[in-house]
Design a protein around this ligand. Structure first.
Ligand SMILES: [Mg+2]
Length: 374
């Protein structure tokens, strides 16, 4: 079997809620959410679909850069190759968009990687975990995302999440650092039994992070995610030595090498696995396996992907035995996407259908409806 054709669809999906992190808006009801769908067709007619969710306030990739990079470089480099050898195909992509000091447009590469996994699983008539010789996992627990600097609103959202059956809370801080501890206390009071993850998205200085970590320990926060800038592994190691709350790295870890460096520098208790930032399932799985072997914990997360990216990520988290609630929050923010799927969310968990591949059927009319004009 050979890859015959790669099609790219830049899309803007409607949002039902605005979403801000410490770096700014990552999508709003006004502007919508930027997604790129990729369709890979093999010469025997097998098709795989993948997704990227570029968010320029979270990393440097954009709707335009992901679309043009796949169309002009990554896609043409893979035509004529076997779609089943993920390692060789990733090597081709890494040659085509070189790494420099980064790993070279991982979000664009992730869209192709997801489509390849979908295609490979479909060609064997198996659900996605079949490509890892794994069975469909049980339900994957979800955390509910809270992003506000108003303690009262944060408490209301925490109560709502608890009532809806969510198993954990992911609170974004750093939007208004002076109010962060008030938001954290309000959330803990409203939902004391839920797994409690606090994500600063690189917002703090070391001294701010040490102070907040001490306060969070007293409140009972379970994990403090990415307090310092991504490149500051030394600072995270110093923070870890003084903080009574486990430290997770997200934006600091994009690749297996980054996991190794986090281990070497003792900068993390926990690594945040995301398919989008890690070039898709192939490297995200490797990152998870290395971190596990090094004795670190894993958290699962996403970049508000639609149903394709959400389901693929959740399958991987199940295969990696991530038991803490994962932050796959696309459904909290997206009003619609371009997929029909048996994947369901109920009682705060993702439940998988027994379908082949990632299990998503593309709605061609919605691909046209939500098409972005670049
Ligand atoms: Mg994060």
């Amino acid at each position: 079997m050979k890859i015959q054709r790669i099609d790219v669809f830049p899309l803007i999906f409607p949002m039902k809620r605005n979403f801000s992190i410490s770096g700014g808006s990552v999508g709003s009801k006004e502007s919508g959410a930027t997604h790129v769908y990729v369709k890979i067709t093999a010469d025997d007619g097998t098709v795989g679909w993948g997704e990227a969710r570029p968010s320029r306030r979270w990393s440097y990739e954009t709707l335009e850069s992901v679309t043009s990079t796949i169309r002009k470089y990554l896609g043409p480099a893979l035509i004529g190759k076997s779609p089943l050898c993920f390692k060789t195909l990733h090597q081709r992509m890494n040659l085509e968009i070189a790494s420099g000091t980064t790993i070279g447009q991982p979000i664009a590469k992730s869209a192709i990687d997801l489509a390849l996994h979908d295609l490979a699983a479909r060609s064997e008539n198996k659900p996605l975990p079949g490509v890892w010789q794994e069975a469909i996992p049980g339900p994957v627990k979800l955390s509910y995302l809270i992003s506000t600097s108003d303690p009262e609103e944060a408490a209301q959202l925490a109560s709502k999440a608890k009532a809806e059956g969510y198993k954990g809370l992911d609170v974004k801080v750093g939007l208004t650092p002076k109010r962060d501890i008030d938001v954290i206390r309000a959330v803990k009071e409203a939902a004391p039994d839920l797994f409690f993850r606090v994500d600063a998205n690189q917002a703090y200085t070391l001294s701010q992070a040490i102070q907040l970590a001490k306060n969070m320990e007293a409140v009972g926060v379970d994990v403090f995610e990415q307090p310092l800038p991504a490149g500051d592994l030394f600072g995270h190691a110093r923070l870890r030595a003084r903080a009574g709350v486990p430290i997770a790295l997200d934006e600091s870890v994009w690749s297996p090498r980054d996991v190794v460096n986090a281990v070497r520098t003792e900068a993390a208790d926990t690594i945040v696995i995301k398919t989008s930032k890690m070039r898709g399932l192939y490297y995200a799985r490797l990152c998870g396996l290395i971190a596990r072997e090094a004795g670190l914990d894993l958290l699962g997360g996403g970049l508000t992907e639609s149903t394709i990216g959400l389901t693929a990520s959740a399958y991987l988290f199940g295969a990696l035995n991530i038991t803490t609630p994962v932050d796959l929050n696309g459904p909290l923010f997206l009003a619609d996407d371009a997929v029909h799927s048996g994947t369901t969310i109920r009682d705060g968990c993702i439940h998988f259908p027994n379908d082949v591949g990632i299990g998503c059927t593309i709605d061609e009319e919605k691909i046209v409806k939500y098409r972005a004009q670049l």
